[in-house]
Design a protein. Structure first.
Length: 102
């Protein structure tokens, strides 16, 4: 899903952050869980792991914690298609209405 050029290492993330290069951040759902998408200049980059590849989160809280620890208190969240494990058995109940119908 991600090419190696779209993933930013934690070390590079900290360097860009200290230089004021992060324009925005978002929590999004990907194939294996939640990811952090960072807008750096005109590019979107995915926060990676030290050992390579994107860093996946199981909870919105976990993803938000990383952002807050690094001083990013404002971020977007689009978790369309993601279902927390605590609601996994209730997917039928949730599909009945989300309040977002047009």
């Amino acid at each position: 899903m991600f090419d190696s050029k779209s993933v930013i290492s934690p070390t590079a993330f900290k360097e860009v952050l200290s230089a004021g290069g992060i324009k925005s951040a978002a929590v999004r759902f990907a194939d294996k869980g939640l990811i952090l998408v960072l807008r750096i200049g005109e590019q979107e980059r995915v926060l990676g792991q030290y050992r390579g590849g994107p860093r996946y989160f199981r909870t919105v809280d976990g993803a938000a914690s990383v952002l807050i620890q690094h001083g990013l208190f404002k971020f977007e969240a689009d978790v369309s298609g993601w279902l927390p494990r605590s609601l996994a058995g209730k997917s039928d109940e949730l599909s009945g209405g989300t309040g977002n119908e047009s």
